[in-house]
Design a protein. Structure first.
Length: 320
């Protein structure tokens, strides 16, 4: 059986489509766990209504604790041999779980993932990060696919997991960017990961979602990045050059967001945290091997002064 964990909070306009897409799965041995995270709208009643229509739907009503806490409640309650996460404003193709399950059975994979379609208001959609059909074998190859080629993405909701690889792993309570804390630890438990290129998960783009609105809470990702960097230093040092480069680029993104929206960081605390973390990354000149001259110059500029580099980017953007 597959347990599908669906955290629910203030998604009344979208919840029915999400649940309907799960109940219409061609793989029918399902347990759909709707975790009502103290939603103040009509979602609790909608959850109960779905449970009344189909015995495969279970509902957990709990006080609001955030996305991580809701997922953790679902993990604790799940009884399936395989685990999936779906966000309650998204939806999935009818055969997604069957195809991922079959892929795991055929290849012996501990985890199977599929591509993602980004869905925008007005009906426009795109696949910004296309994947390749591939089986990754061995933890080093899997971590390389995650860190270097991004063929294994950070998001948890386009994946199907064998229960053993997520057993006793939980999301950090009260944090945003929770997938960044979780995924690398799961991948370190896997020996085989199967990736399907088909974009069967539909990720709704909402300006009012947690990830759609930038706030200082988004800097929780710095804590996740530090944890991942320490983890790689201990277990996969050969991946550190790429990880340091990736993290510097992420720091530049955050700094640009903060100077572009000064009301988010009026006291400058967020910018200070980013500058401090750039020093923690500790980019080395040897990390630039194989990089183009332009990319090397950009990374060295971020290392020298992320504030000046972000300011230069903003000035160039305004001129364009």
């Amino acid at each position: 059986m597959i347990s599908i964990i669906v955290p629910v909070y203030q998604v009344e306009p979208y919840l029915n489509r999400c649940v309907r897409s799960l109940l219409e799965q061609t793989y029918t041995d399902l347990e759909i766990i709707l975790v009502d995270d103290g939603s103040p709208d009509g979602c609790p009643a909608l959850c109960d209504a779905w449970a009344g229509k189909d015995a495969r739907v279970r509902v957990i009503h709990k006080p609001n604790g955030g996305l991580s806490d809701a997922r953790n409640a679902g993990l604790t309650a799940a009884s399936g041999e395989e685990i999936a996460f779906v966000d309650s404003d998204d939806w999935v193709d009818p055969d997604m779980l069957e195809r991922l399950h079959n892929q795991m059975e055929e290849t012996g994979a501990d985890l199977a993932a599929c591509g993602v379609t980004w869905e925008y208001p007005g009906g426009h959609s795109e696949v910004p990060h296309p994947l390749e059909d591939r089986l990754y074998t061995g933890r080093k190859a899997i971590m390389r696919a995650y860190i270097q080629t991004c063929m294994v993405r950070t998001t948890v909701w386009n994946k199907l997991y064998r229960r053993a690889v997520v057993d006793k792993l939980f999301f950090p309570a009260g944090k945003t960017n929770e997938d960044e804390f979780f995924t690398y630890r799961v991948l370190d438990r896997t020996e085989r990961v199967s990736v399907l290129s088909a974009p069967m998960y539909h990720y709704r783009q909402r300006q009012d979602s947690i990830m759609g609105v930038y706030s200082l809470r988004r800097l929780d990702s710095l804590e996740a990045m530090e944890g991942r960097l320490s983890f790689l230093e201990e277990k996969y040092p050969e991946l550190l050059p790429q990880e340091r480069r990736n993290q510097l680029a992420a720091c530049l993104y955050h700094y640009r967001q903060l100077i572009n929206q000064p009301e988010v960081d009026p006291e400058g605390e967020g910018r200070r945290r980013v500058r401090q973390y750039v020093r923690r990354i500790g980019l080395k000149l040897t990390d630039l091997r194989g990089c183009s001259a332009g990319k090397s110059a950009r990374l060295l500029a971020i290392r020298a002064s992320v504030s000046a580099t972000a300011g230069l980017y903003q000035s160039l953007h305004k001129k364009l």
